[in-house]
Design a protein around this ligand. Structure first.
Ligand code: HEM
Length: 176
C-alpha cells in the first residue's frame, strides 16, 4: 500500500472513532470495559502489513469477502437480500476493518462496538457464535489476496487475533 493509501486508511479509522467519541463519549472513555482499552496486541504490524499487501495486490476485497462468506456460510446469504446496492455490505466490512485496526491499536472503541453489534446482530438472526466467523472469513480472503507474500508471522498474528476476538465475542464483559 502506498503511504498515501495507508494514511487514508488510518484517517478513515480515526474519523470513525472521532465520530463515535462525539456521538457517544461513554463508548470511548470510562465505559464498562475501560480497563480493556489500554491493552495492546502484539503482532499489530503484521496484521497491518497483511492489509497493505492485500490492498496493493487485489484492491477492494468487498466482493471477494462476501463471496467467501456466502460460500462458507450459505445460510447468511439470504440475510442480505434487501441490500440491493451493496451499501450495507460495504458499510459492515468497513466497520469490521475499523474494529480490527482499533482492536490491535488504541482500543478506543472496538470492545464496546463489538458488544453492541453482537446484540444488534441477534436481531438480524446472526447468533453470537456466528458473528466472529466474519473475522475468520476476512482473514482467509486476505491470506488468499496476499498470495506468496503472506508470511508465517502474519499467519501467527492473525491466528492470535482471531482467538482474542472470538474469546471477546464469547464473553464480551470479560476482560481477557
Ligand atoms: C458472519 C457474521 C455476520 C453476519 C452474517 C452479519 C450480517 C449482517 C446483516 C444481515 C446486516 C444487515 C442488517 C439489515 O440492515 O437488515 C448487517 C449489518 C451490519 N453489520 Fe453485520 N454480520 C456479521 C458480522 C459482523 C461483524 C463482525 C461486524 C463488525 C465488527 C458487523 C457489523 C455490521 C454493521 C456495522 C452493520 C450495519 C451496516 C449498515 O446498516 O450500514 N457485522 N450484518
Amino acid at each position: 500500500m502506498s503511504d498515501l493509501r495507508r494514511r487514508a486508511w488510518k484517517a478513515q479509522r480515526d474519523a470513525n472513532s472521532n465520530t463515535v467519541a462525539k456521538v457517544a463519549p461513554e463508548l470511548v472513555e470510562g465505559g464498562p470495559h475501560a480497563e480493556y482499552v489500554h491493552m495492546s496486541f502484539d503482532g499489530a504490524s503484521n496484521i497491518e502489513r497483511s492489509l497493505e499487501i492485500a490492498a496493493e495486490r487485489a484492491g477492494d476485497l468487498t466482493a471477494d469477502i462476501y463471496a467467501r462468506l456466502f460460500r462458507d456460510f450459505p445460510e447468511t446469504e439470504h440475510l442480505f437480500v434487501m441490500d440491493r446496492d451493496g451499501g450495507v455490505r460495504g458499510n459492515m466490512l468497513s466497520h469490521a476493518f475499523n474494529t480490527i485496526l482499533d482492536f490491535i491499536g488504541e482500543r478506543r472503541y472496538a470492545h464496546n462496538f463489538i458488544s453492541s453489534e453482537i446484540v444488534t446482530h441477534i436481531g438480524y438472526e446472526v447468533p453470537p457464535d456466528a458473528f466472529a466467523s466474519f473475522f475468520t472469513v476476512m482473514r482467509d480472503e486476505l491470506r488468499a489476496a496476499c498470495g506468496p507474500q503472506w508470511s508465517p508471522e502474519m499467519e501467527d498474528a492473525w491466528r492470535r487475533l482471531l482467538i482474542d476476538l472470538e474469546r471477546y465475542v464469547a464473553r464480551p464483559t470479560h476482560v481477557a
